[in-house]
Design a binder for this molecule. Structure first.
Ligand code: F6P
Length: 547
């Protein structure tokens, strides 16, 4: 079984989309709205507490139909089955991809190598729950019998970005524990965190799936050394816990087996916040909230698995990406969340999306003859409006954007929330309609400017409009709705990978730089310099002089 491996460009739908593109590429969305009074409703999905309006896209009924048939032609339904059933769809690493099982129900059966993994998952969940409660209640204490006040998550990539983003997003739900994240191998990062810590009351969570990652182990060792200046070797057991698949390496680091939270090879790093990698989340917001996050993701999993493609949120969002990336040749996508709580959301998505789909070899081992992975970026609104929106509105590039907003302000400040969301809605309207020459002239005339001045200024003040956006509205930011939102993007990544016929779950592209860095590191202290290009050689020599 496994995944189908169909070059999308060979499908009938792709060819039809190419033809169709020629006739629709210059259509104005505002004309489409004028023609079909029901367009907004036709292209809106209401699901649970989500409202997804994708009507402000450069699509017609025919585009939508062809995109859906593309999904069928590449056998997306079979691929979804294979994904959920634990087939080895991460073929290049010989692994199943089962982050969906992590948020499954106890009564589910998910087989890996013929064995149901749900009991193991729930065993770890029980361990997370008990540990969280002991730390939060203060029953588990540090080496001087004081309750913990601070938690430091030491990890990088998927072992940092997910927990850091969620803890930040759910800070409204946080308890008294102060959380810190150390990721960069830059010693200034770890030292700035250490400065704030009291060793007697700090818990360290070392998160590394492989437990071989240079950054994480360097930071963990530096922290352990600092800790041992205060506490004894025995105190390590009270203050250090680890999340990893590599039990032997964790034990060799000096962590007690009882303090190890296992994870599994069938969970990819960038999809792992639902596992014990999310321990810091559980500690920060309590186990019940962590569990609600998982429940939300589970609801989105069920939606994605069972909903018809024409009303399936991740499928539609993904097809729209394909439309812009492969036909309009858009290079990037923006994610603009109108919530300061989602400050780290785009950064988090960058790993998920770009590490997964930044591939140029297809599932047949051949170079792709079409563009894959989109570049993802974004900042919260309204700050982004005052930073880069100029380029989205009047630049030369097409940048499809997801707008995400919530109905309620968690602190109940309706005045601010109304202002915030009026900006959200206004931006999508401005991007759709733009501002015509006639509108600009009329406005300038009202300012009593001379005819010449009006003529001079007019071109600069025109907005072409016709810029695509998806509007994602969620009633309220809760652990559950956040879980749904994250899972929505995870499945979007999956669908993109299926259509682009690439393997989304390996990340060999991060290896080469790591390997060269370890060679260069050795060269800093010795005279033996390997055979580098002249520029690299100069950089090494220069650094050796100034370090
Ligand atoms: O950046 C590469 C990567 O392998 C990611 O996929 C992963 O999330 C990160 O490194 C950290 O890996 P680990 O959890 O094994 O330390």
């Amino acid at each position: 079984m496994g995944l189908p491996s169909i070059n999308p460009t060979t499908t009938k739908s792709w060819k039809a989309l190419e033809e169709h593109f020629k006739s629709v590429k210059d259509l104005e969305m505002k004309d489409l709205f004028a023609k079909n009074k029901n367009r907004a409703n036709d292209y809106t999905i209401e699901w649970e507490d989500f409202y997804i309006d994708f009507s402000k896209n450069r699509i017609t009924e025919e585009t939508f139909k062809l995109l859906l048939s593309l999904a069928n032609e590449v056998k997306l339904k079979d691929a979804i089955e294979a994904y959920y059933n634990g087939e080895v769809i991460n073929k290049t690493e010989e692994r199943a991809v089962l982050h969906t099982a992590l948020r499954g129900k106890k009564t589910d059966t998910v087989l890996v190598d013929g064995e149901n993994v749900m009991p193991e998952i729930f065993e770890v969940k029980t361990k997370i729950e008990a540990f969280t409660s002991n730390i939060v209640n203060g029953t588990r204490k540090g080496y001087t019998e004081k309750a913990f006040t601070d938690v430091v998550n030491i990890g990088i990539g998927g072992s940092d970005l997910g927990p850091a983003m969620v803890v930040d997003a759910l800070q409204y739900y946080k308890n008294h524990l102060t959380t810190h994240f150390v990721s960069n191998v830059d010693g200034d990062h770890v030292n700035e965190v250490i400065k704030k810590l009291n060793p007697e009351t700090t818990l360290f969570v070392i998160v590394s799936k492989t437990f071989t990652t240079q950054e994480t182990l360097s930071n963990a060792n530096t922290i352990r050394e600092w800790f041992l200046n205060h506490g004894s070797q025995e105190a390590i057991a009270k203050h250090f816990v680890a999340v990893s698949t590599n039990i032997e390496k964790v034990k060799a680091f000096g962590i007690d087996e009882v303090n190890i939270f296992p994870m599994w090879n069938w969970v990819g790093g960038r999809f792992s916040l639902w596992s014990a990698v999310g321990l810091t989340i559980s500690l920060a917001v309590g186990y019940d909230n962590f569990n609600s996050l998982l429940d939300g993701a589970n609801k989105m999993d069920n939606h994605f698995k069972t909903e018809d493609f024409e009303s399936n949120i991740p499928v539609i969002l993904s097809l729209l990406t394909i439309w812009y990336n492969n036909f309009f040749k858009a290079e990037s996508e923006a994610v603009i969340a109108y919530s300061q709580y989602l400050n780290q959301f785009a950064t988090y998505l960058q790993q998920g999306i770009m590490e997964s789909n930044g591939k140029s070899i297809d599932r047949n081992g051949k170079p792709t003859n079409y563009q894959t992975g989109t570049i993802i970026w974004g900042e919260p609104g309204t700050n982004s409006q005052h930073a880069f929106f100029q380029l989205i509105h009047q630049g030369t590039k097409i940048i499809p954007a997801d707008f995400i907003g919530f109905g309620k302000s968690l602190h109940g400040n309706q005045d601010h929330q109304d202002k915030l969301i009026s900006n959200y809605i206004a931006q999508t309207e401005a991007l759709l309609n733009g501002k015509t020459k006639a509108e600009v002239v009329k406005q300038l005339e009202s300012q009593n400017l001379s005819k010449d001045k009006i003529e001079e200024l007019t071109p600069f003040k025109i907005f072409a409009g016709n810029k695509p956006t998806n509007s994602i509205f969620i009633k309220k930011l809760t652990p559950e709705s956040l879980g749904k939102l994250i899972a929505m993007y995870e499945h979007k990544i999956f669908v993109q990978g299926i259509i682009w016929n690439i393997y989304s779950y390996d990340q060999f592209g991060v290896e080469l730089g790591k390997q060269l860095a370890s060679e260069i590191l050795n060269e800093f202290d010795f005279n033996t310099i390997a055979n580098h290009d002249a520029s690299t050689q100069n950089l090494i020599e220069f650094f050796k002089k100034i370090r």
